[in-house]
Unconditional design. Sequence first.
Length: 426
Amino acid sequence: MNIKIENILAVVNDENDYEIKETDIFIKDGIITGIGESENDFISEKIIDGKDKLAIPGLINCHTHTYMSLFRNIADDLAFDEWLFKNIMPREDKLNPEDAYWGAMLACTEMIKTGTTCFLDMHMFKNQTAETAVKSGMRAVISRGLSGEDRNDDGAVRRINEAFDEIERWKDNKRLSFMLAPHAIYTCGTDYIKFIIKKAKEYDISLHTHLSETRYEVSEAKKNYEMTPVEYLDSLGFFEVNTVAAHCVHLEENDFKILKEKHVNVALNPISNMKLGNGFAPVYKMLEKGINICLGTDSAASNNSLNLFSDMNCTALIHKGVNENAQAVNAFEVFKAATINGAKALSLNTGQIKVGKAADLAILNLNCPQFRPKNNIMAALSYSANGSEVETVIIDGEIVMENKKLCFIDEEEVYRNAERIAEKIK
Ligand SMILES: [Zn+2]
């Protein structure tokens, strides 16, 4: 459908600078084909009135586990081990693939309603996230979580086969792409990691992993390999493949050097790190070193929401507090992490309102106190917006939410199923 968004305030930016201007945006065949002016033969099939509205690139959630939305508010205020091994994993064992589908659908519902148009998922139920993304209209990068001792271990073989089955099944869907996801260095043996790296190179697929999330992970790596987790993966050749590394909370001097030199994309998960008592990623220093930082929510079991505006807000604030420096991590750096940097990490042609980019946009209503007065829209996005302003969402040139009404998701059905499954896994 050809869409014209008329007279809208739009955030137009590149890596270095941004402009907020009133303009028209033209969308055709899923692509932004004009800003301000259209091609001569453009015929609008749909016109959106942009008065008192703001267009931003759709937010990109670079690390989540969508099916885990079923575990929202189920295990809180617990130490990491007790949270994961005693509360989350036993409940995961009770889930079937259909349950995972509804968990992922609950996640997509929340993400679209808060302006996220694309996410990177790590899951354990083949095809369920893909089905959900396709049904809801979302763009997604999907990775089957991989764990196991070595390449011949039964579970390890089954999981990587599932990953490739899934890639094969959905390879023609243009809103879906895939990564391989060794879960973490403490759930994958060295041989298995080496095997996954080999496969990633062979099939030209990026890698997605959890890295240096806890102090315990770092101390164990030093004990076992006499290296930090970052040094250990680097020694295996992991970063020869494009990588999204979630967390990177506990880094040492040489780690920064490796992450920068090997172009590793770091997906920050500030709320998850705070909630699980894992600390604060050294974001200020990562920015100084020129490391590509993007943003993730992690799952609703450790956040407890998939609203990226909350993570933007936290990122903009906590590093000022931690560094006792009000200039650390500014509003635009946070906005870029949630948009353009995320697109770069996921190798996607999106994340900017720019001619030639995929038309993934969120339209916010500015008639709300948190945007008034309109002194500084960029500051509002990072410091005062909360996601409730998102009114219309366009993904790949298709309207997936219009005036707060989801076009492809039956919200009541999602909530009904979430409650039914919650009862089952209590
Ligand atoms: Zn995670």
